[in-house]
Write a new protein. Structure first.
Length: 447
């Protein structure tokens, strides 16, 4: 029996400013910042994108401030302004200051999407979270695709002009946030007492189980987002645009034994696999320009098409994970990325090949994220039942660190030995992650 599409009543006007900030961070930044910063060398590109990755750690700080002061509108304005100013100043800065500006831009992005998710969690019943987060994610994805189309044109301009015009995108979010974002009343509970209805699109472990229904979790326990990983991978870095915020008096008490049951090995496997893939995302436009002769405007346009095509894949990925199990799905997605990164390395070493081939390989790498983003929180729930939120937070933190390491290492290796060596290093890193996952996690989960 076919499922009915989600109701558009969950679309809200305040999604707009967050779509602009998101589009800037995952549409403009992964194209324009590498193109501008490559004048200091490809190694510097890796450092810039690594600093942008590091900005993701502003998410828990922003969430803590939001919980304490309920200043959602002000925080959204500040994050959008930070994104705009850092873009505007970036081409005018020296190499060291560029790292600080990239860090600030990543922090503004991480803070903005944290506020967007909290606005849903704080305002609406838990039974509606999946649907509302799904629509938010769709709008954010559309923002990314449109920004990539804009980046295709901006990459033909000078660096000063491109980022000056590009800064208008997050700057436009400032007045929109001031008008459309409303602060949440302090008296409103974070999670109502009625049980959540499972989403038909989510894998089984993302659906509420009878023993984990909302009545057993007091509102003050924190935010648990059922659709934790049902999101897209932002250009250079992130595993998930949904950040978990827990307000326990002892924040890590729930994860004292989180490394039992295979989750520690899953973290290790995920870190290797994520770092390996970060190589291609952090260097994307300069990699394709120098290795395959694809100008940045063409690679940005191709990236936009890939993003738009990938949007419906998350629903299908949820169905596959439900049918096959999340461990098998994660192993298959990691295996696909090993093969595709290896192909990219071979293409870069060979040279003089039709650019449609490396672009198709890149598309496959991005498409594999639909499987990973759905299966990873599902498997996390299986491995650490009762502490899924804290464990997913640890997975996100591991991703941020792995993205930082992968971006920097990729840039340094490409600078010293060339792009084929950097891509080969990425493929080896993902293969190591797959090996750990297959031996220590997938076998146990299947058993």
């Amino acid at each position: 029996m076919a499922t009915s599409p989600p109701s558009t009543r969950y679309l809200e006007p305040w999604f707009a400013p967050f779509a602009l900030v998101n589009g800037s961070a995952v549409g403009l930044v992964p194209i324009l910042l590498p193109v501008v910063s490559v004048k200091y060398g490809v190694g510097h590109v890796g450092l810039v994108m690594g600093a942008f990755n590091l900005g993701a750690f502003a998410a828990p700080v922003t969430g803590a401030i939001a919980d304490r002061f309920r200043a959602y509108r002000l925080l959204a304005i500040v994050c959008a302004a930070l994104s705009a100013v850092s873009l505007w100043l970036f081409p005018l800065a020296g190499s060291v200051v560029q790292l600080l500006l990239a860090l600030a831009n990543g922090a503004g992005f991480a803070g903005a999407v944290t506020i967007a998710n909290l606005l849903i969690v704080e305002r609406h019943p838990k039974a509606e979270w999946n649907a509302r987060l799904g629509w938010l994610e769709t709008v954010l994805g559309v923002g990314q695709g449109c920004a990539l189309l804009l980046a295709s044109w901006l990459s033909t301009l000078s660096a000063d002009q491109a980022l000056l015009v590009g800064a208008v995108v997050p700057a436009a979010a400032v007045p929109l946030a001031a008008v459309l974002v409303r602060d949440v009343p302090p008296s409103q509970p974070a999670a109502p007492s009625q049980p959540a209805q499972p989403s038909r699109q989510a894998p089984p472990s993302q659906q509420a189980q009878p023993s984990q229904q909302a009545p057993q979790t007091p509102p003050d326990a924190g935010h648990h987002l059922a659709q934790a990983g049902f999101v897209g991978e932002w250009g250079p870095a992130s595993p998930s645009r949904v950040h978990h915020l827990w307000r326990h008096r002892r924040p890590f008490a729930a994860v004292q034994n989180v490394f039992g049951g295979g989750f520690g090995w899953m973290l290790a496997a995920w870190a290797f696999a994520y770092a390996g893939t970060a190589v291609v995302f952090s260097l994307y436009p300069v990699l394709f320009q120098h290795s395959f002769g694809v100008p940045p405007q063409t690679s940005a346009l191709a990236f936009a098409v890939i993003v738009f095509v990938s949007l419906p894949l998350f629903v299908q990925a949820g169905r596959i994970a439900q049918r096959r199990g999340p461990a098998i799905v994660m192993a298959a997605a990691m295996g696909a990325r090993v093969i595709l990164l290896g192909l990219l390395a071979g293409f870069a070493a060979a040279g003089h090949i039709p650019y449609v081939l490396p672009l198709a390989a890149f598309a496959g790498i991005l498409f594999a994220w639909s499987l990973l983003s759905v299966a990873s929180p599902a498997l996390t729930g299986q491995l650490v039942p009762g502490a899924e939120g804290d464990a997913q937070g640890m997975l996100n933190a591991a991703s941020g660190l792995a993205g930082l390491v992968g971006s920097i290492a990729g840039g340094q290796v490409a600078s010293a030995w060339g792009y084929p060596a950097a891509l080969a290093m990425g493929a080896v890193a993902v293969a190591v992650g797959l090996g750990i996952f297959a031996v220590k996690v997938a076998r146990k989960a299947a058993g």
